[in-house]
Design a protein around this ligand. Structure first.
Ligand SMILES: Cc1cc2nc3c(=O)[nH]c(=O)nc-3n(C[C@H](O)[C@H](O)[C@H](O)COP(=O)(O)O)c2cc1C
Length: 180
C-alpha cells in the first residue's frame, strides 16, 4: 500500500498562520502558593466546558512553569483582560515568572488566586482534571466563584496582534454618522 502524503497541517508555519485567523480572548491564568507568591500566564484557549457541573478549561504548553505550579496548588483563576491591558498581556507572556507581577495590583480571590485590577471578569476554579493532549495539557477546572468586574470591552488576539472589541452597532453608527 502506498504511504499517504503528509497532511498540509503538519507544516508548523501554515498551522500557526491559519489558526491565527481564529480570534481569541486574552486571559491571564493566575494562581498563588500558600505563602501568597503569585504566578500566572496568558492564554488564548480559555473556554467554558459544562454548566452542570460548572466546568471551564484552558490548554497549557507541556513546558509551562505556571502549569507546574497549578499542579501543586490545585486551583487557578481565569482573568479576562480589558482592551487597554495589552501591556499587561505582553509582560505576562514574556517576562520571567517572578517579574510578571512586579508593580501589578491584585486582590486574592475566595480561593486565594490573584484577581488582577482593571479586568473585565474572573472565574475562580479548583482543578478537577489535567489531560495530556499532543504537546499541551488540557486543564479542567470546577468553578467555585465568578464575577463580572467592569463593563470595559475585552482585549482580543487576531493574526498575531492585539485589538480591542467594538460592537457592530458602534461601527455602524461610526460609518453612518461618524459618532465614534
Ligand atoms: C495572546 C496569547 C495567547 C497565548 N495562549 C497560550 C495558551 O493558550 N497556552 C499556552 O501554553 N501558552 C499560551 N501563550 C503563551 C504563554 O503566555 C507564554 O508562553 C508564557 O511565557 C508561558 O509562561 P509559563 O511557561 O511561565 O507558564 C499565549 C500568549 C499570548 C500572547
Amino acid at each position: 500500500m502506498n504511504a499517504l502524503p503528509l497532511p498540509a497541517v503538519l507544516d508548523a508555519r501554515r498551522f500557526r498562520d491559519v489558526l491565527g485567523h481564529f480570534p481569541t480572548s486574552v486571559v491571564a491564568i493566575t494562581t498563588a502558593t500558600p505563602d501568597r507568591c503569585p504566578h500566572g500566564m496568558i492564554v488564548g484557549t480559555f473556554t467554558s466546558v459544562s454548566l452542570e457541573p460548572p466546568l471551564v478549561s484552558f490548554l497549557a504548553d507541556r513546558s509551562s512553569s505556571t502549569l507546574a505550579t497549578i499542579r501543586q496548588t490545585g486551583r487557578f483563576c481565569a482573568n479576562a483582560l480589558a482592551g487597554n491591558q495589552e501591556p499587561l498581556s505582553r509582560r505576562m507572556s514574556t517576562r520571567s515568572g517572578a517579574d510578571r507581577f512586579e508593580g501589578l495590583e491584585w486582590q486574592p480571590s475566595p480561593l486565594g488566586n490573584p484577581v488582577l485590577d482593571g479586568i473585565v471578569a474572573w472565574v475562580d476554579c479548583t482543578v478537577v482534571q489535567i489531560v495530556e493532549i499532543g504537546d499541551h495539557h488540557l486543564v479542567v477546572g470546577r468553578v467555585s466563584e465568578l464575577k463580572i468586574e467592569s463593563v470595559r470591552t475585552p482585549l482580543l488576539f487576531f493574526r498575531g496582534g492585539y485589538g480591542d472589541y467594538l460592537a457592530s452597532a458602534t461601527l455602524l453608527m461610526d460609518r453612518l454618522v461618524g459618532w465614534w
